[in-house]
Design a binder for this molecule. Structure first.
Ligand code: DNO
Length: 357
């Protein structure tokens, strides 16, 4: 596996490439052209410049998170083919620059959703948290303001202000889209892009819905083992794969992460590993990566990936805000660096205890 960290790019991230370079065992970043809008075709020269910047710092790009999908594609509106053509153009340009993994999600309107971006933990750190009781009282057009106010002045991934300004319109676009239609729109999209992915060797890694159930009455389809397997079978190419995000799938305690990892063996192209603490169904808060700080068993998760021969990029996911760091919620340097060191430690012990033949 390749230990990486997410980096949003110069001007968007409080963390520098030079800092990431000093985290032991981290050799690459997962990044994106953060200034682009969903639906835009990425220019090859912009990708090239990003790559040169990362490489000048002694790191490599191990994948893109995310190339976001325009709502026309997700909702299946008549103009979707134009946006699919742009997506294919982006994939071609990424392929020409040697980038071979793309993470994306298929959540309507909202990306990951939280009710609190700075919930105090007993140790004095703060974390992202989710409570259905709070979310169910927020009107969809208020959630953007509520997330933005707590974002420490950063644009949160997937919460572009321009798109959120048209939130009522976006809801109208999804009026007739249920889970089944959303699934068919995903299949249509994947069938259209697969020939390009196969030509350039680009592995697509869909990110599970976060949290793993419908919010604001919008459909959500990448929520559990059954749905993921259906998606993988519907477009049965090795390039159609998933991001194993422990925090997203693990938000629903009914999801057995070890079982899911084995069930989708060979199709996990990227792993986001973080821990969370369940309070009750629909109510959780994030925790330090350490197993005993939360409800997930990090050793069992990494062992399942290791046993199945996983060798893709992995990254510590959301960290706590600690030591007074001012950063995008979830994406400070300190706790993610601790997470990387811890996950590397588990991996080393797996390699030494169960040497691969
Ligand atoms: C949040 C992230 C998501 C993720 C996208 C992938 O912190 O996990 O924004 O990057 O859903 O497309």
């Amino acid at each position: 596996m390749d230990m990486t960290m997410r980096w949003f790019g110069t001007g968007y991230d409080s963390v520098t490439l030079q800092q990431i370079r000093q985290v032991p065992g981290v050799t690459g970043v997962i990044t994106t052209l953060y200034g682009t809008k969903p639906g835009e075709a990425w220019k090859r020269e912009d990708i090239h410049a990003l790559k040169a910047e990362v490489e000048a710092a002694g790191l490599t790009i191990k994948g893109i998170e995310s190339v976001n999908i325009h709502d026309a594609i997700k909702a299946g509106t008549p103009d979707r083919d134009k946006y699919i053509r742009n997506y294919i153009a982006t994939l071609e340009n990424l392929g020409l620059e040697g980038i071979d993994m793309v993470c994306y999600n298929f959540m309507p309107v909202f990306d990951w959703t939280r009710s609190d971006l700075a919930k105090p933990r007993p140790d004095g750190s703060t974390v992202l948290a989710y409570d259905d009781a709070v979310i169910s009282k927020i009107k969809p057009d208020e959630i953007f303001d509520s997330m933005e106010k707590k974002s420490n002045g950063f644009v949160l991934p997937g919460w572009e202000p321009e798109r959120m300004a048209t939130i009522r319109h976006l809801f109208a676009v999804y009026q007739d889209v249920d889970n089944e239609k959303l699934f068919r729109n995903l299949q249509y999209f994947l069938e259209a892009i697969m020939p390009t992915c196969e030509k350039y060797g680009i592995k697509m890694a869909i990110h599970p819905d976060d949290p793993a159930w419908p919010v604001f009455g919008l459909p959500r389809i990448i929520t559990n083992k059954e749905n993921i397997l259906r998606m993988l079978k519907a477009v049965d190419s090795p390039y159609n794969g998933v991001t194993l995000c422990t925090g997203s799938l693990g938000s629903n305690p009914d999801n057995d992460l070890v079982d899911i990892i084995h069930a989708v063996k060979g199709r996990i192209h990227f792993a986001h590993v973080r821990n969370l603490q369940y309070n009750s169904h629909g109510n959780f808060q994030e925790a330090a990566h350490l197993s005993r700080d939360g409800s997930l068993d990090m050793f069992a998760i990494l062992k399942a990936l290791y046993d199945d021969g996983f060798d893709g990029p992995i990254r510590p996911d959301h960290g706590r805000a600690i030591w007074g760091e001012k950063a995008m919620p979830g994406y400070g340097l300190y706790d993610r660096a601790l997470g990387a060191a811890y996950l590397n430690g588990i991996w080393e012990s797996l390699e030494k205890t169960y040497p691969r033949k």
